[in-house]
Design a binder for this molecule. Structure first.
Ligand code: ZN
Length: 93
């Protein structure tokens, strides 16, 4: 597998969330990336993971502003559940 670093991912990610679906995976080149925001109650700063559904590579961005229109998971249990159901992802932290 192509082992891309965090920096290489960040460099290639689109500026706008709406472009992820039409972006290519920095690791395998497949088109279409998924993302999910995670937040904290009463704060617009959270974290985000971005991943490829073809090779399951991804990256975690630890401090990021959550756009008003974005869907973010705030509840602890829901965050846990999301990560559990996506445990197959190979995230660069
Ligand atoms: Zn990929």
């Amino acid at each position: 597998m192509n082992n891309k670093t965090y920096f290489e991912w960040i460099k290639k990610l689109p500026q706008n969330d709406s472009l992820y679906l039409s972006s290519n995976c920095p690791a395998c080149g497949s088109k279409g990336l998924s993302y999910q925001y995670f937040g904290f109650e009463g704060s617009d700063i959270g974290w985000k993971i971005i991943w490829c559904n073809s090779c399951y590579s991804g990256v975690k961005i630890s401090r990021t502003k959550i756009p008003d229109e974005a869907n973010s998971i705030i509840d602890d249990k829901e965050q846990e559940l999301f990560l559990k159901t996506h445990a197959y992802l190979k995230l660069i932290l």
